[in-house]
Design a protein around this ligand. Structure first.
Ligand SMILES: NC(=O)c1ccc[n+]([C@@H]2O[C@H](COP(=O)([O-])OP(=O)(O)OC[C@H]3O[C@@H](n4cnc5c(N)ncnc54)[C@H](O)[C@@H]3O)[C@@H](O)[C@H]2O)c1
Length: 327
């Protein structure tokens, strides 16, 4: 079996490559390097530089590498950018998937895992979000992920492709410092960025209907997330998915922004109090996964703690920051 991993040079993709190859799976990565870093890939893993929008390239890669399954992670992922450039997000995230699914169907590939997101739920106002909680995304990014799920299921049904959609919650941490997220779009790197600039962390809103008034999220270590992909790929290989499967990938445990900032203070040693700023539009008070279905059907659960996420992310941040500033 050979797995094509699109977005394989990205933050999560590189962790998936590492988990798959570490478990003895054969992989080929495809990435247009718009946000990817080739150096994240282990030696010996072929990297095809190109886009999921290039159908001819995809057909060639699927044939030349005798690909038998696809893990599709390549996408644009910034909510704010998706609000400013919705057509770009639909073109790249949904259009890229259309092109990929056409190539997959033509090549006779019968297994596919799709990177979805908790953003498909929007602001569901429930204690634990199950896979049956209605989807109502509140931004174009989330819409492209939901449309992607519809497309994956419809194409799977039409062409006999078994599919798994993984809805990731808030991803953080790194399996090794050089694999860390280098973008400053998620809360952990955003706080590191503030501290590095000698500024206090910011909290947007402390008047939400939550125990300490700040937003509550479900943080998952990227290495646990990568292992969920391996488990999904194995389940598909064993014929354990009859049609399609949709799974939340989280820890099932809520952590408030204030608690996270405190955890970051403990790791970095910088415990200055955060400043509270007004709420940001579109932030749901609480988004925590029920992780029961993934545990039952994948036999997978997240084992790594918030402390491990913050500590590993901090090591990655320090490495990158030292490199970026030439220290
Ligand atoms: N990071 C998160 O918290 C999070 C949460 C939920 C879902 N996701 C999803 O996980 C996936 C990976 O996210 P990430 O955090 O690793 O982001 P990332 O930007 O680090 O990785 C995406 C990779 O895909 C590549 N890429 C983008 N468009 C491409 C295209 N059209 N063709 C080929 N390559 C392309 C980029 O160069 C990059 O290497 C995305 O689908 C994202 O929407 C991420």
């Amino acid at each position: 079996m050979t797995w094509l991993i699109t977005g394989g040079a990205g933050y999560i993709g590189a962790h998936v490559v590492r988990a798959m190859t570490g478990a003895g799976e054969q992989v080929v990565a495809l990435d247009d390097l718009s946000a990817g870093v080739p150096g994240r890939l282990p030696a010996g893993v072929p990297l095809v530089r190109g886009s999921s929008l290039d159908g001819d390239l995809l057909k060639r890669v699927l044939a030349e590498h005798r690909v038998t399954g696809v893990l599709h992670l390549a996408a644009r992922k910034q909510v704010g950018e998706s609000v400013a450039q919705p057509t770009r997000y639909y073109r790249e995230n949904v259009g890229g998937l259309v092109t990929l699914l056409d190539a997959v169907a033509e090549a006779g590939v019968r297994r596919l895992v799709f990177s979805s997101s908790a953003a498909v739920y929007g602001d569901p106002r429930v204690d634990l979000i199950t896979e049956d909680t209605p989807c109502a995304p509140v931004n174009p990014y989330g819409e492209t992920k939901l449309a992607g799920e519809w497309l994956v299921r419809a194409a799977g049904q039409a062409h006999g492709i078994s599919t798994v959609c993984l809805r990731y919650f808030n991803v953080a941490g790194a399996a090794a410092p050089e694999l860390a997220d280098t973008g400053v779009f998620n809360i952990v790197p955003m706080v590191f960025d503030r501290l590095t600039r000698d500024e206090a962390p910011r909290i947007f809103g402390d008047d939400y209907p939550t125990p300490d008034g700040t937003c509550v999220r479900d943080y998952i270590h990227v290495a646990d997330l990568a292992e969920a992909h391996l488990a999904a790929a194995r389940l598909l290989s064993e014929g354990g998915v009859n049609g399609d499967l949709t799974l939340n990938i989280g820890r099932g445990e809520g952590v408030s922004v204030r608690e996270l900032v405190t955890a970051i203070g403990k790791v970095t040693g910088d415990t200055r109090p955060p400043v509270v700023e007004p709420r940001r539009p579109g932030d749901a008070p609480r988004a925590v996964a029920s992780a029961a279905r993934a545990r039952e059907l994948l036999g997978w659960g997240a084992g790594r703690s918030v402390h491990e996420m913050v500590e590993s992310a901090w090591r990655g941040w320090q490495l990158h920051h030292a490199t970026a500033t030439g220290q």
